[in-house]
Design a protein around this ligand. Structure first.
Ligand code: AMP
Ligand code: ZN
Length: 485
């Protein structure tokens, strides 16, 4: 199996390393998924789109994937919210889980092979705690079970936290806490009051700690560790550090994760977008403002995943314009190359012949293979846009069908990553105006211009504009139209 060699910035080593999965035809990837207690905000969504970019880039590189993202449907926030509303945890999380999948669909995120749920993996969590107990890493206090980090010598290796101030035997019950609180973390929480959702298990009546969930679900899905583990940068400590402690604590002779990838935050006015700060937009908020989901996707993935991205609607507008520039070029190739119905059926094995396209194809793929450098890959896309437009502007006589066909094929490949471009003739909804009428108006305007009757020509253009139809004159003297957004 031939694959493109990738390099990744592995959080474990802090360096770029060649990616060497055990089996390129079965790459295991686990991503920390949503906590389903509300709509995801677009910061969360950035981290899910990063997983989609990783997937699509590796697929373009020829790898075959076995990928999973967990659904955290039990944690402190979920318990508290369901108690407040006097409904079961299942009733509470169901609509939020559905909303999460709906958001992914809206943003053209590919379906993964597995979506394990915490509530369906309790047996696996119990088994893991039993193994940790057998290895002497667990102690009990007031019916809850804690991981003793002093007994695990590799604690801190992943996040590189300073463990010197580590407080022996001092515990943390909350799922989330900060770096300066390096303490023993809870594996299993004793039921504190009757309203709390609990499971009756061999290790007691209670519920799992958040960190335990991911270690157990990875074991459940893969029976081992994984080639790649991803999450937002805020998960590095304590969540991922604790996952490592649990998984290596239970299975010290196995590798838990080959490559750790962490996605940077989406910011608002320089601060992390988060529910608790209240500085967030959900996807729905932005769609309600009339934004196209494709522009949102394009915007969130076009920055490098390891760069912070400061979100603003004006920056989103800029991305929309850039995206439309690519889209308009694709339509031009389809229209002027008469390629509308010539959808390629096997792009994968296609070998480019035209030297410029060959070069851009390689640059595009190599940028993705270099730690998912989407901004650099986009530079190749805009170079393609430039040379295609230049070609179409200057070669009215000499019609090179191979150049246009290969440009189109490369745009298809680009869209395998971006998933925002259309290759189909737009069926425009024209609110009662017929396309024939528009074409008649365009002809009348052309005739007026030929007769140097520019005021009539302008009047026709204005009239169309008022009906939401925009005209554009090409260099060759033709006029195209589109519906205003
Ligand atoms: P949660 O639903 O809170 O468990 O978070 C789901 C994912 O979103 C995790 O991988 C977080 O690290 C990530 N995340 C949370 N806030 C942001 C943000 N502002 N920017 C990017 N990712 C985020
Ligand atoms: Zn996790």
């Amino acid at each position: 199996m031939t694959v493109i060699p990738f390099v990744f910035q592995n959080s474990k080593s802090g360096k770029k390393e060649p990616f060497s999965p055990k089996d390129p035809s079965n790459v295991s990837i686990y991503s920390c998924g949503p906590t389903v207690y509300n709509f995801a905000h677009i910061g969360n969504i950035r981290s899910f789109l990063f997983v989609d970019v990783l997937r699509r880039a590796l697929l373009l590189g020829g790898y075959k994937l076995n990928q999973s993202m967990n659904i955290t449907d039990i944690d402190d926030k979920i318990i508290n919210e369901s108690i407040k509303r006097k409904i079961s945890v299942e009733e509470f999380t169901k609509p939020w889980t559905e909303a999460f999948f709906k958001d992914l669909e809206t943003l053209h995120v590919q379906k993964l092979e597995h979506y394990p749920k915490a509530t369906e993996s309790i047996d696996d969590m119990v088994g893991l705690v039993e193994t940790l107990k057998a290895n002497g890493l667990v102690y009990e206090k007031d019916g809850s079970l804690y991981f003793s980090i002093q007994k695990f010598s590799r604690y801190g290796e992943l996040s590189k936290i300073d463990v010197s101030g580590m407080k022996s035997g001092v515990r943390y019950d909350a799922d989330e806490y900060e770096k300066d609180d390096v303490r023993d973390f809870v594996l299993w929480k004793n039921q504190k009051n009757e309203e709390e959702k609990c499971w009756h298990t061999r290790i007691g009546t209670g519920r799992p700690g958040w960190h335990l969930e991911c270690s157990a679900m990875i074991r459940k899905v893969y029976g081992s560790g994984v080639d790649i583990h991803t999450g937002g940068i805020d998960l590095l400590f304590p969540h991922h550090e604790n996952e490592v402690a649990q998984s290596l604590g239970a299975y010290p002779d196995e590798e838990f994760v080959g490559t750790w990838l962490h996605c940077e935050h989406l910011l608002v006015d320089g601060e992390k977008m988060s529910k608790s700060k209240g500085n967030f937009y959900t996807l729905r908020d932005i769609l309600e403002k009339g934004y196209d989901p494709n522009a949102i996707r394009y915007h969130l993935i076009s920055a490098h995943y390891r760069s912070k991205l400061n979100f603003s609607l004006s920056k989103l507008d800029e991305s929309k314009t850039a995206m439309e520039r690519i889209q308009n070029t694709i339509y031009r190739v389809l229209e002027e190359g008469k390629l509308w119905d010539k959808v390629p059926n096997s792009l994968k094995d296609y070998v480019f012949i035209v030297p410029e396209i060959q070069k851009l194809n390689l640059e595009f793929l190599n940028s993705l293979a270099d730690d998912l450098n989407v901004p650099k890959a986009l530079a190749s896309v805009f170079e393609l846009v430039r040379i295609v437009n230049h070609f179409l502007d200057s070669n009215t006589e000499l019609f090179d069908s191979l150049f246009l066909k290969e440009s189109l094929l490369l745009f298809y490949k680009v869209n395998d990553l971006f998933a925002v471009f259309s290759f189909e003739k737009q069926v425009q909804s024209l609110d009662g105006i017929s396309e024939d009428w528009i074409l008649e108006q365009i002809e009348a305007r052309k005739a007026a211009k030929q007769n140097k009757d520019f005021s009539t020509a302008d009047k026709i253009r204005k009239e169309l504009e008022e009906k939401g139809i925009l005209l554009a004159d090409t260099k060759e003297g033709n006029t195209t139209w589109k519906k205003a957004q």
